[in-house]
Write a protein that binds this ligand. Structure first.
Ligand code: BV8
Length: 234
């Protein structure tokens, strides 16, 4: 399988200027809500109504948000690079797609998806989900948001890791690098010889990033996309 020359990982920071809260900044999602109460399978088992309420609120917020200059610059970069670029996002909003980005790899799932915990079927999520919703495939009342919670394996890890081992460049954009396995991607890429870039408001200090651009994504991402296009050529 042809591997990309550039792998980009995005996190909540790329959507911050679209008005969507990040997790760990002041005012972030984890400031008022505990991960253990809303983003683990145990939480869903214990209180599905609370978990659905958390994701219903985020789904409603994401539906009203629009992509910013960072999302658009990345979509334009994909138009120029095609399959030479792989975009992996930790985000569950659909703002990369709304900017025109194709084949976005949602390693932590997406608010737009619903999944059956019994048969594994997936389908487009309604704006509001509730405990007891029946699976359209098997009828079981075990539907959940198609989101990867803490303690669950992120999606398409094999594809991501083989791309990181082959890529020339890896960039982490708008992520604090606090959540694994995504937080380990720079080490994998650097270990395989890739140049690693970090574009974020507050740099993580991760030593694997030899290039760091601090600032808001709407300013750093368009500028960096032009720079990386010069490096990768037409
Ligand atoms: C798993 C979906 C095992 C939910 C999320 C070592 C190895 C492996 C696992 C672990 C490990 N150590 C610990 C673990 C367990 C755990 C983990 O990492 N815990 C952390 C807290 C220590 N990891 C897991 O559980 C993972 N699963 O390991 O499974 C397994 C093995 C075998 C078989 C089965 C299972 C699963 C993790 C996925 C959890 N789900 N999301 C939801 O979204 O509701 S994670 C959650 O955090 C989000 O997806 C989010 O994307 C992600 C990371 O957060 P960020 O995106 O980085 O956001 P944050 O707020 O932190 O940072 C914002 C950044 O933006 C900052 O840098 C800021 O400066 C910047 N910024 C702000 N404004 C701007 C900006 N940048 C630019 N412009 C701006 N304007």
């Amino acid at each position: 399988m042809e591997q990309p020359d550039l792998v980009i990982l995005t996190g909540a920071g790329v959507s911050a200027e679209s008005g969507l809260a990040t997790f760990r900044d002041s005012g972030g999602l984890w400031e008022n809500t505990r991960i253990e109460d809303v983003a683990t399978p145990e939480a869903f088992e214990r209180d599905p109504a609370l978990v659905h309420a958390f994701y219903n609120a985020r789904r409603a917020g994401a539906a009203k948000a629009t992509p910013n200059a960072g999302h658009h610059a990345l979509a334009d970069l994909q138009t120029q690079l095609g399959s030479r670029l792989l975009l992996v996002t930790q985000n569950v909003d659909g703002l990369h797609e709304a900017a025109g980005h194709k084949d976005v790899l949602h390693m932590h799932g997406a608010l737009s998806g619903a999944r059956c915990a019994s048969c594994g079927a997936t389908w487009p999520a309604p704006l509001v989900m509730a405990p007891g919703d029946a699976c359209p495939t098997c009828g079981a009342q075990t539907t959940r948001p198609d989101i990867v919670w803490f303690g669950e394996m992120p999606y398409q890890m094999d594809r991501i890791l083989s791309a990181l081992e082959a890529t020339e460049h890896f960039a982490a954009i708008g992520t604090s690098g606090m959540v694994y396995p995504a937080a380990g991607f720079a080490e994998v890429a650097a270990g395989a010889g890739a140049a690693c870039w970090e574009l974020t408001l507050e740099p993580s200090g991760n030593p694997w990033f030899e290039n760091v651009e601090a600032g808001p994504a709407t300013q750093t991402v368009p500028r960096w996309c032009a720079q990386i296009m010069d490096l990768l050529g037409g």
